[in-house]
Design a protein. Structure first.
Length: 383
């Protein structure tokens, strides 16, 4: 090979090499791409992520492209904006770039793990992104009580101590309510103040006292009282239980309701008494007694009643004996019925009359006195 031929081949090789470099440089520059500095981000549940994305047009012509977000979980919310505008399509002049923002809201209720999705400038470029959720997410409310069952009579007020926990990543405003039978009253006291709602910070709890007041005449039994704390997105129900052992009530009266009588000093009077069980639980071992004026006596038949069922009554005969030295006038005798659970009293007005013999004796004395006056008038009247 001649020197001339070798020289020609050398220049040809150099020229082809330079041409190849220019072609490659031109191909590298003639591209359309999406760029963000944050390809993988780690966040807790409930966090919002703002991706700044550059839409770069290194081609020789204006590009109008659709921007599509795909592969993102269905329960996640996102928005793609240019400034304050939501966009789906963008145009970029040759050699220029535009800045858009992708906001992704990670929900509170999400599993721990890696979540991949992509932003695509359709048919031109795909930008893969990854969100790593650092912990298991929750979105729930917990309503608990260490003592959810209480027992007592219907006149009691049942006070429950409860805790309401906000196990979400946001502050919640809870409305408080209860499902109770008619006549029952439920009072909520969050943080010791009466209210029907309470605000609880994220991942925090509040102490709530709940007072339940049943009607006084409610039947004995077990009552479920569901109490509820709710927001627009989360709620919890706590079932409280109230066991009513029964109401105890008793009245002592007469069959006619009349609480007065008359008696002659030294005599007796039979008085019919009625004991009514006005409660919802049977009464047992009912004893009878009386408080009388000095020297008076009372006996009962029977002296004790074993059982009176709810809504039922028993009749008792009381024999009242007035003191023989009692002078005429009004006296009060107090009858009482005593059960282990309750008592009842009735004040009885007793009018005492003097015996008839004293009346006749008075008449005879008056007649005798008149006779003596008449005799004296006849004997000494003419002198």
């Amino acid at each position: 090979m001649s020197a001339h031929t070798r020289l020609i081949r050398y220049f040809l090789t150099v020229f082809l090499g330079l041409l190849s470099v220019n072609i490659c440089s031109s191909a590298a520059a003639d591209i359309f791409e999406l760029y963000t500095p944050f390809r993988t981000i780690t966040v807790p549940p409930g966090e919002s992520i703002d991706y700044p994305i550059e839409v770069i047009n290194n081609t020789q012509e204006t590009k109008t492209v659709f921007l599509v977000v795909s592969g993102i979980p269905r329960t996640w919310n996102y928005s793609l904006k240019y400034g304050s505008y939501d966009i789906r399509q963008i145009s970029v002049l040759p050699g220029e770039k535009k800045s858009v923002s992708l906001k992704v809201d990670v929900p509170l209720q999400v599993n721990k793990g890696h979540y991949g999705f992509q932003v695509t400038a359709r048919d031109l470029f795909t930008l893969p992104l990854t969100v790593t959720v650092s912990e298991q997410g929750t979105f729930k409310t917990e309503f608990t009580s260490t003592q959810a069952n209480m027992e007592g009579v219907s006149t009691s007020t049942f006070s429950f101590e409860t805790k309401l926990r906000n196990s979400t990543a946001e502050r919640q405003h809870y409305g408080l309510s209860a499902n109770v039978p008619a006549g029952w009253i439920v009072t909520f006291r969050p943080n010791f103040r009466q209210a029907t709602s309470v605000d609880i910070d994220a991942n925090s709890e509040a102490n709530i006292s709940i007072d339940i007041d049943p009607p006084d005449r409610v039947q004995a039994g077990t009552y479920k009282i569901p109490v509820r704390a709710s927001t627009s997105g989360t709620s919890a129900t706590l079932d409280l239980e109230v066991v009513i052992t029964g109401t105890y009530g008793m009245t002592l009266t007469t069959p006619t309701g009349l609480l007065s009588t008359t008696v002659t000093a030294g005599d007796t009077r039979n008085i019919d008494l009625v004991i009514n069980n006005t409660g919802s639980t049977q009464l047992s071992n009912i004893s009878l007694g009386a408080t009388t004026p000095l020297g008076w006596e009372v006996t009962f038949d029977p002296e004790k009643i074993d059982i009176i069922a709810p809504g039922k009554s028993e009749q008792v005969s009381a024999t009242l004996k007035a003191d023989k030295k009692a002078i005429a006038g009004d006296y009060v005798t107090r009858f009482n019925a005593v059960a282990p659970e309750t008592t009842s009293e009735a004040d009885f007005r007793v009018t005492v009359r003097t015996p008839m013999i004293w009346g006749w004796l008075g008449i005879f004395i008056i007649i005798g006195a008149l006779g003596i006056v008449y005799y004296l008038f006849r004997k000494y009247g003419r002198r």
